[in-house]
Design a protein around this ligand. Structure first.
Ligand code: PLP
Length: 220
C-alpha cells in the first residue's frame, strides 16, 4: 500500500509543498518502496536509526532529522544530514555549527518554535529566538544555514486550535524573516503538518509537511 498512499498524498498537495516521508521505526524495504516511485526525502527522529539507514540505503536520499536532537549525538549525523528540523536551543545550534566546521559543511537547520499547548514539545519562544539572532555570538556561526522554522501543533481533535497554532508559526516565520533574513532567499521553509493535520497546515501556509503513518501505516 505504500506506493498507493504516497501517490494519493502527492496528488492532494500543492506542487510547492515538500513532502518529507517519515520512515521512523519502518524497515529499509518500506523506504525502498517509496524510493522506487521517486521519493527522495525521508525523515527520522533517532540518531542511531538515521545513521544505520543512511549507511544501508541509496546515497541520493536526503535525510532529515525531525526529532529532538541531543548535543552529544550531532557528530554522528553532521557528515550527511540534509536538514535538521529540531533546532530548538542556542546550545544545540552552536554544537551543530561546531560539528559542521569539523566536517567542512554548512548544515541546514530550522528553528523549532514551541507552538503547542503541551509541555512535552520542544522549541524556542519568539523572545528566545530574537535574543539569539541579535547576539554577536550567533553571527559567528558560519557552519549552519538557518532555512526556516518548524513546529508541532497540539495533539487534539480541535481543528480551530490546530489552525491557530499553525497560523502562529506562520506569523513567527514572517516576523523572523522580515527582521533577520530579509535578503536571504534561502530562509523559506515552514515545516508544519503531520498525518493527522497536514491539510490544515497547508491551509495555514506550510511549505514542508512531515508525513509518516499515512504513508507507511501505523507504527507499533
Ligand atoms: C513521527 C513524526 C512525524 C510524523 O508523524 P505521523 O503522524 O506518523 O505522520 C512528524 N514530525 C515529527 C517531529 C515526528 O516525530
Amino acid at each position: 500500500m505504500i506506493k498507493e498512499n504516497l501517490d494519493e498524498i502527492r496528488k492532494s498537495i500543492p506542487k510547492d509543498v515538500t513532502l518529507v516521508a517519515v520512515s521512523k521505526t519502518k524497515p529499509n524495504r518500506a523506504i525502498l518502496e517509496a524510493y522506487e516511485i521517486g521519493q527522495r526525502i525521508f525523515g527520522e527522529n533517532k540518531v542511531q536509526e538515521l545513521v544505520d539507514k543512511y549507511e544501508a540505503l541509496p546515497k541520493d536520499i536526503e535525510w532529515h532529522m525531525i526529532g529532538h536532537l541531543q548535543r552529544n549525538k550531532v557528530k554522528y549525523i553532521a557528515p550527511f544530514v540534509g536538514l535538521i528540523h529540531g533546532g530548538d536551543s542556542f546550545r544545540l545550534l552552536k554544537e551543530i555549527n561546531k560539528q559542521g566546521k569539523k566536517v567542512g559543511r554548512v548544515i541546514p537547520v530550522l528553528l523549532q518554535f514551541h507552538i503547542a499547548q503541551e509541555d512535552s514539545k520542544f522549541g524556542f519562544s519568539m523572545d528566545e529566538v530574537k535574543d539569539m539572532l541579535e547576539s554577536s555570538e550567533f553571527l559567528e556561526l558560519e557552519n549552519i544555514n538557518i532555512k526556516g522554522v518548524m513546529g508541532m501543533a497540539t495533539f487534539t481533535e480541535n481543528k480551530e486550535q490546530i489552525s491557530d497554532e499553525f497560523r502562529t508559526l506562520h506569523n513567527y516565520f514572517q516576523v523572523v524573516k522580515s527582521h533577520y533574513f530579509k535578503f536571504n532567499s534561502e530562509f523559506e521553509i515552514i515545516s508544519m503538518g503531520m498525518s493527522g493535520d497536514y491539510p490544515i497546515a497547508i491551509e495555514e501556509g506550510s511549505t514542508m509537511i512531515r508525513v509518516g503513518s499515512s504513508i507507511f501505516g501505523e507504527r507499533s
